[in-house]
Design a binder for this molecule. Structure first.
Ligand code: NAI
Ligand code: HPV
Length: 588
């Protein structure tokens, strides 16, 4: 399980009606077995009201937030009723099905989240039309090939999916197609209904003892393998990223691509559609297959070159195919592939069981609500995947990291611009056990947001930094001491300026999802003193300009002061987001 977070709550949650039930409360958790064990850690930034995202058009914001300050979610495809009910408890829900691309673009600037299945293409044009308002896209299912992830990331829009709830349904559908194809069930059914009685025409093939190659040994693939073993088939699998041990544990040999396709009687496809899997099954690869092979595709139509498959069916290389998915959905009415007598087809039904749709709807509703509330998203697909346990222990440092970024930026005066920032983590923990991606994103946010119009969150932090030519270098200092405390301090070095704050926060920052007051975090917090920073930069005598950061009750650490008691000339205060001028960093 992996989590990630939007680092600033984009929506006016503070204004939400107090009478609204809290859908993230215990009742939800109890209702939904799928969520058990998942962290519900809330981003500490989300707790404080945040300013409007800079790029959000004011008129639109005002209109959409009019209904008691609740965010709005647009649902463009049918979702299980339990998921819709769950959504309605928090945001306003607009269910508008079968929108044209133009209608979707028109609507999307009025919503904060969009929930889709496989039938809605969320293109770059959609993100552009959203004009910065759209914060979350929820894909109610697994495959996210219909969402332009790069465009989402550039827009700082979190994409979440529902990766587990339809696994069994998809695996069962693959097995259903496998058996139906082998015994000509669909063709014989159609024949009988047409008044014919063709027993010899529809003699099938047996499954027992046949070799099945599972291409893509992930969640669905491994469930297909388990079930096919129960049918007496010999299973091999190809997956460049799967663990050999995991495959062995269920009695499956992982083999090369060529071995898989050239030695099997049945081939079942279970990989995602990506640039490297597009048309992986083509004239060249069909030519390597055993003559008379049978193919099942419940993954994505695009992994197969459909023209090549048609040729392979016509020349007998492929005896039969069973297809749930197509390059173009729905396929053209006169598709020769769909009409082929050796092809069994279903209209993308893999995930379509009552149980799976209920599970998917709940899974995506919870993910979207969580993201809108500023919780850490468990199923983010375009943000660093940080395990729940890591997020939980790093959450006290998240705000501090942003403050440090903001602080060092305001210490810079002109010059040739900042291109390299070094973040140094001091810790007694083995560097391999310290996942700092969320902290890096927060430092980046702290540095960039005050001096630009960019909205930075964990989704786009690295992208925005790269766009600005800003390099973030991370270093670890290994300390003696207890590895239970993740961090002793975080230092941020920017150009010739250094700011060092002990990376420890007061008890009040460690929320209910964090460590208990008796934990090592709290013990460390008790030792915390207002940190002293000595900026070292040309022309500024350390004795005349010292900074101190006040402790962090209410997440307001780091108000900048000079030692002579004056607030810094620009009146900068991290919690208030005070001004630092763009020219400070020499960025245009
Ligand atoms: N027809 C339907 O309604 C449904 C279709 N699906 C599709 O099934 C596919 C698999 O879903 P999950 O198992 O949940 O995903 P998953 O991510 O758990 O598994 C995919 C596996 O494919 C592997 N893979 C990646 N590139 C590969 C390559 N070049 N060759 C072989 N293996 C490769 C990955 O390492 C991973 O283990 C996805 O495309 C998903 O969209 C899933 C659910 C329902
Ligand atoms: O989850 C997936 O990847 C699927 O293909 C299911 O698609 P659907 O949500 O049924 O349109």
């Amino acid at each position: 399980m992996a989590l990630a977070t939007p680092l600033r709550h984009p929506l006016p949650v503070a204004a939400a009606p107090s009478t609204a039930p809290d859908p993230a409360g215990p009742s939800l958790t109890a209702r939904r077995a799928l969520s058990s064990g998942r962290g519900r850690l809330r981003s500490s930034l989300a707790a404080s009201p945040s300013p409007e995202p800079r790029r959000r058009p004011r008129s639109v914001t005002a209109a959409a937030s009019a209904a008691a300050g609740r965010p709005t979610v647009l649902v463009t495809e049918k979702l299980g009723p339990a998921g819709l009910d769950l959504l309605r408890a928090f945001p306003n829900v607009d269910c508008s099905y079968e929108l044209t691309a133009e209608e979707l673009r028109a609507k999307v600037s009025l919503v904060d989240a969009l929930v889709v299945r496989s039938g809605t293409r969320v293109t770059r044009g959609v993100f552009e039309a959203a004009r910065g308002r759209l914060r979350v896209v929820g894909r109610a299912g697994v495959g996210i090939d219909n969402v332009d992830l790069q465009a989402a990331t550039e827009a700082g829009c979190l994409v979440v999916n529902a990766p587990t709830a339809n696994t069994v349904a998809a695996a069962e559908h693959a097995i259903a197609l496998l058996a139906a194809m082998a015994r000509n069930v669909a063709q014989a059914d159609a024949s009988l209904k047409a008044g014919k009685w063709q027993r010899s025409k529809y003699v099938g093939v047996t499954l027992v003892g046949k070799v099945l190659a599972v291409m893509g040994f992930g969640k669905v693939g491994s469930e297909v393998a388990r079930r096919a073993k129960g049918l007496g088939m010999d299973i091999i699998a190809h997956d460049p990223y799967a663990s050999v041990d995991r495959a062995r544990a269920i009695g499956v040999d992982l083999v090369s691509f060529d071995e898989a396709i050239s030695t099997s009687d049945f081939i079942s496809l279970h990989m995602p559609l990506t640039p490297s899997t597009a048309k992986l099954f083509n004239d060249e690869t069909f030519a390597k297959m055993k003559k008379g092979v049978r193919i099942i595709n419940v993954a994505r139509g695009g992994v197969v070159d459909e023209d090549a498959l048609l040729r392979a069916l016509d020349n007998g290389t492929v005896a039969q195919a069973a297809l749930d998915v197509f390059t173009e959905e729905p396929p053209p009415r006169d598709s020769k592939l769909v009409q082929h007598e050796n092809v069994t087809v279903t209209p993308h039904l893999g995930a379509s069981t009552t149980e799976a749709q209920e599970g998917v709807a709940l899974e995506i509703a919870e993910a979207v609500i969580g993201a809108l509330r500023g919780d850490l998203a468990a199923t983010a697909v375009n943000a660093p995947m940080v395990p729940a346990v890591v997020l939980s222990e790093l959450s006290p440092y998240v705000v501090l990291a942003e403050k440090l970024g903001r602080l060092v930026v305001q210490l810079v005066t002109g010059g040739g611009g900042v291109k390299v920032v070094k973040v140094v983590y001091s810790s007694a923990r083995d560097p391999d056990d310290l996942d700092t991606r969320i902290l890096r994103a927060m430092v980046t946010k702290g540095i960039i947001e005050p001096i630009s119009s960019a909205f930075v969150n964990i989704v786009n932090a690295d992208y925005v930094a790269r766009q600005r030519g800003l390099q973030i270098i991370e270093e670890r200092i290994l300390l003696d001491g207890s590895p239970e405390i993740p961090l002793d301090s975080i230092q941020v070095h920017l150009a010739n300026v250094e700011s060092k704050f002990a990376g420890l926060l007061s008890r009040s920052t460690i929320g209910s999802d964090g460590p208990s007051p008796d934990s090592p975090h709290a013990a460390a917090a008790a030792r915390w003193r207002p940190p002293i920073s000595r900026p070292r930069r040309a022309g500024a005598s350390p004795s005349s300009r010292q900074l101190w950061g006040k402790g962090c009750a209410g997440h307001s650490a780091g108000r900048g002061h000079t030692t002579d008691g004056d607030v810094q000339p620009r009146g900068w205060c991290p919690a208030g987001g005070g001004p630092v001028q763009p020219e400070t960093l020499g960025w245009e």
